[in-house]
Design a protein around this ligand. Structure first.
Ligand code: ZN
Length: 267
């Protein structure tokens, strides 16, 4: 660990506006370390919620019952994802959450969106990353994650609107979130289990709003990216015999990736 030299205090703190000088901007390794430090929390969300519908949230190891908690996160909520008691796997596969978070940090560092938009994206990712792994594992997008994701994105974009961006992009973001959610909900009503799920509709409330902030074309682009990606994966699974025409594939992971892909194009 290296210590930063203490910067000299300004002569008069009472009149100096509290704006940090650009030299104090966090370095990439500091951002990566900060992001990695929350991965036990993300793993905890996956372990708790990746359970079949109608069952209680997971409180302990499936094999030996050792509790899974944030008070003692290691090793179950670390990158090895192994129960400390019996060594059985817990939650998302080893290292994958950590690599996903590092990839997201790298993307944000390369794209350099404005600070407010980094905060909104970070909030959304804190829910979208666990949702991605939960949907892959059990084909569910729990309300306990989709609802706070949407509420936070709407509120934080509202703050961005109040502090300079204006009402127009915020109203467009809300409209895009509601529009995308209605699209998913309509396919569920029309096609039943062959359509998207209501969980996808709730995730779209936040994904659509994030994209709609930048214009009406971006939600469409994000949706097209998600549909293309899921179509390609479904085709590959069909050809390789690992899925049939009646298989139900989760769409949440593609919605997350499509949203990120579209955001990276606009940042
Ligand atoms: Zn165990």
């Amino acid at each position: 660990m290296t210590r930063q030299p203490a910067s000299p205090a300004p002569p008069d703190r009472t009149v100096t506006p509290d704006v940090p000088p650009s030299g104090n901007a966090p370095r990439p390794w500091q951002l990566a370390a900060a992001a990695l430090s929350i991965t036990p929390l993300l793993r905890y969300a996956v372990a708790r919620h990746a359970v079949p519908p109608g069952t209680d949230r997971r409180a302990g190891c499936d094999a030996c019952g050792a509790p899974i908690s944030l008070h003692r996160p290691w090793p179950a909520l670390g990158p090895t994802a192994r129960c400390g008691g019996c060594g059985a796997r817990v939650g998302a596969p080893p290292a994958i959450v950590e690599l996903t978070v590092l990839a997201a940090v790298a993307a944000l560092l390369l794209a350099r969106p404005p600070a407010v938009e980094v905060v909104v994206a970070a909030w959304w990712l804190a829910f979208a990353v666990p949702l991605l792994f939960i949907d892959l594992a059990v084909h569910r997008l729990p309300d306990r994650l989709t609802v706070p994701a949407a509420a936070g994105v709407w509120l934080l974009l509202g703050l961005a609107a109040l502090t300079g961006a204006g009402a127009a992009p915020w109203l467009r973001a809300i409209g895009a979130g509601l529009g995308m959610a209605l699209f998913f909900a309509a396919t569920t009503l029309l096609l039943g289990t062959r359509g998207f799920g209501i969980g996808d509709a709730k995730l779209a409330l936040s994904a659509g709003a994030l994209l709609g902030w930048y214009g009406w074309s971006l939600p469409v682009l994000g949706l097209l990216l998600a549909l293309t990606l899921s179509g390609l994966v479904a085709l590959a699974l069909l050809i390789s015999g690992r899925a049939s025409w009646s298989s139900h594939l989760p769409f949440g992971p593609y919605l997350v990736l499509g949203t990120l892909g579209a955001l990276l194009l606009v940042w």
